[in-house]
Design a binder for this molecule. Sequence first.
Ligand code: TXA
Ligand code: MG
Length: 327
Amino acid sequence: MWSTEQQQRINDAADRLRAGEAVAFATETVYGLGANTFDERAVAKVFELKRRPRFDPLIVHVEGVSRVEQLVTEMSDHARKLAEAFWPGPLTLVLPKRDAVPDLVTSGLSTVAVRVPGHPMARALIEASATAIAAPSANRFGGVSPTTAQHVRDEFGDATPVLDGGTCETGVESTVVSFDETGMPVVLRLGGVTVEAMREVVGKVTIAEPRAIKNDEAQPSPGMLGKHYAPRTPMELVDLIDPASFDDRAADRIGLLLYLGRGDAIEQRFGAVEVLTRKADPAEAAANLFSAMRRLDASGVERIIAERVPDIGLGRAINDRLTRASR
Ligand code: TXA
Ligand code: MG
């Protein structure tokens, strides 16, 4: 399936992982910055490179359910059903961990987040390295997640090797799911697998309420908190932009992040405009989201105004990212 050159790059990245280096790699959601899960010094490098606080645990990427079983003490029926339905794919399950998983990876929690990615290059890397890869998104903490190899290079320079697998198809991170005392699935982070699709498989699925979590409490999922996924340019989120409320001079300094197109007459008045989808396709909008935010950030506008998207399916994950980016 791979050319000789591609296989060489995969093997090279696997060698580096085994040697304790951090390697960025493509997944179907966003690019990850990976280390060998069982090499704490390598994992520590990932935290340092990202400038990520140690209290925010990493996702462990493995090739399949049998490998997950070596990392966790149990998989409930609901966990198994979700795994069967959505792995390989953009779903992360939070399960009780075995001692073999280093505390650094899980930030001292008794659970570990595991995912079986679907991107063939991520799968090939896991296979070639013969380990489990602990990887957060390959961006500085709090910033916009990378969906191309170039985004990763923009962030970390050439010192960090990147296994280039093209543009990420899903474009938003995986859905992170934990289980409550009764075993029911609770979404900690909205993402590439929709709540609706999970409900079809397991019935009831609740979404954790971020406002119920206080900053000084033990955090069920640190990624649920605070400002995140944010461009450097100030961003605000509105239901619907009213172009008439800006004169031409003001509009020229504003970047718009639109779900649907609004026609040339309106779009041309603004300093920069990104349209997530011109055909009301939420999957296309999700795939474009982070690239569009980066382009607006680089366009030189003074502020970005984003429009909320329809809050169903993948639209929920998009609204979640827009909300956090505009805090
Ligand atoms: O799509 C993705 O999930 C990407 C690709 C690379 O797989 N990874 C990713 O990683 O987005 P990161 O580190 O940016 O986000 C991981 C999220 C964080 O919100 C973290 O708090 C949560 O998963 N998490 C990790 N371990 C957890 C645990 N044991 N319990 C609760 N939440 C956990
Ligand atoms: Mg991240």
